[in-house]
Design a protein around this ligand. Structure first.
Ligand code: F0G
Length: 464
């Protein structure tokens, strides 16, 4: 069929209309100065009612569809064997292709169970860049995380289309060095959050699979944003342009042995997650462990209605018009900033636009927490709430307690799914530009309270 040329020039629009609205509040600059100082210059410690546009995270901040809300009314709140569990199980099997499903209250619940089952003291867990909670659970179980993402992932301006790829040479070197028996599994994330929401290609995943099979090492996917990863494969990888998101997702997952999942992202819900596994014995163990930490294996810390909403959300998430508009909105914001010469991580990622705080504030050293300071400045300027993804998030080395110095020092503007409009993106971009214009006057911060675990959530700062 021939497409009319004029049609090709049309821009996309959201495949939904708004049925219910939640008012948001504009505050004064003086209000925000006070609020951020009270929050110890940590955007995690702000009250959400003091926030105008909330781009802290895309986690659990999605707008559910009318169908998902209708599904909430069909919650079967039985303690055991809820109907909604079977719907969830069916959806995971159909779209992700794994055999067994254990629901968990969110992603880290699944990470905890997987880590406890597979990792022994002294093991190594290679992965394409760390994620905060994932690495933490691996370390709690006695493992050491080893970053084997390609070097391009650490360079904000590098335009590599698949910056989430695994460096096969680095993986081979690790196997040669410590031996395959010390590697319980490879942790493969799609997309890579800390690199800027960057995808991993199908070809790379297939190559990792071949190498892993050769050494008898399983692969577990962090499937949190695997649907977004599938969209990038469709758009950028040879041979996938004509395939559906559902088909790409299924093929992608087929190169892995299971996944941990935060349903609060791709699956369009406010709470929920799961651990999926193909191996029968491992599934038996996971089913047993989940009752200790989360709840019975047919609810895993979730209400029946939550599982129903997630089952429906999974099916919605792979729709072409949904994912195109979702990533299209992130692209819209990123494009605007690029056009204005503002330094962001390139290419634009799937769930967020990442400001390069090192390039913003070259006069600040990393010990002055440039990204933390930039997130605070942005909030003060407009009430837009972002998140630090730099030295504070990286934390300390497990063995030595020394401060880690990540190459990337970023501020993440994370876009919730189906929540904000293009006009909100415009206001956000204008505020970033304003803060960029005032960059020379920016001062650093000092950390005055450092929590022991995952410090970025609750650390407090003062202006230097
Ligand atoms: N893996 C990735 C890649 C994530 O981004 C997250 C959460 C998790 C696992 C853990 O899932 O929160 O459901 O326990 N990321 C959120 C964020 C918190 O803001 O990026 P969870």
């Amino acid at each position: 069929m021939k497409t009319h040329p004029r049609f090709e020039r049309r821009s996309w629009a959201e495949p939904w209309k708004v049925k219910i609205v939640e008012p948001i509040k504009m505050t004064s600059r003086a209000d925000r100065e006070r609020a951020i100082a009270e929050a110890g210059y940590n955007t995690f410690l702000l009250r959400s009612e003091d926030v105008y546009i909330d781009l802290l995270t895309d986690s659990g901040t999605n707008a559910m569809s009318d169908r998902q809300w209708a599904g909430m009314m069909l919650g079967d709140e039985a303690y055991a064997g809820s109907r909604n569990f079977y719907n969830l199980e069916r959806a995971v099997r159909e779209y992700y292709g794994y055999r067994h499903v254990v629901p968990t209250h969110q992603g880290r619940g699944a990470e905890h169970i997987l880590s406890q089952m597979l990792i022994r003291q002294g093991d190594y867990v290679p992965g394409n860049m760390y994620f905060t909670t994932t690495r933490h659970h691996q370390e709690l179980a006695g493992g050491t995380f080893v970053d084997i993402v390609i070097p391009e992932a650490h360079e904000p301006a590098n335009e590599h289309p698949f910056k989430g790829n695994i460096d096969l040479g680095a993986l081979e070197r690790l196997i040669a060095q410590v031996g395959a028996r010390k590697i319980p599994y490879i942790c493969l994330a799609a997309t890579v959050n800390m690199a800027g929401g960057q995808p991993i290609s199908m070809a790379n995943t297939r190559a990792v699979r071949e190498l892993a099979l050769h050494h008898g090492i399983p692969i577990f996917l962090d499937g949190t944003r695997a649907v977004e990863n599938a969209y990038f494969i469709q758009q950028r990888e040879e041979g996938y342009g004509g395939k559906s998101i559902a088909a790409i997702l299924k093929e992608f997952c087929s190169y892995t042995d299971g996944c941990t999942m935060s349903g609060k992202k791709d699956a369009l819900v406010n709470i929920g997650g799961w651990l999926a596994l193909n191996d029968d014995k491992l599934f038996e163990e996971a089913r047993n462990l989940v009752v200790v930490y989360e709840g019975l294996h047919t609810y895993g810390g979730l209400a029946g209605r939550d599982m129903e909403a997630m089952a429906i959300g999974i099916a919605e998430s792979v729709q072409q018009d949904h994912i195109r508009a979702r990533i299209g909105q992130v692209e819209y914001l990123g494009r605007k900033l690029i056009d204005w010469g503002i330094p962001i991580v390139r290419p634009i990622g799937g769930h967020a636009v990442y400001l390069d705080a090192k390039a913003f504030y070259p006069h600040l050293t990393q010990d002055q927490f440039p990204a933390q300071a930039l997130a605070a400045e942005l909030y003060i300027d407009s009430g837009v709430r972002a998140m630090e993804r730099g030295i504070v998030s990286a934390g300390r080395d497990k063995a030595t307690g020394a401060q880690r110095y990540p190459k990337l020092e970023l501020v993440r503007l994370t876009i919730p799914r189906r929540v904000y409009t293009q006009a909100h993106m415009d206001v956000t971009a204008e505020s970033v530009a304003e803060v960029y214009d005032g960059r020379e006057a920016a001062r650093g911060l000092t950390m005055v309270y450092e929590p022991r675990y995952l410090r970025f959530f609750q650390a407090r700062f003062e202006r230097a």
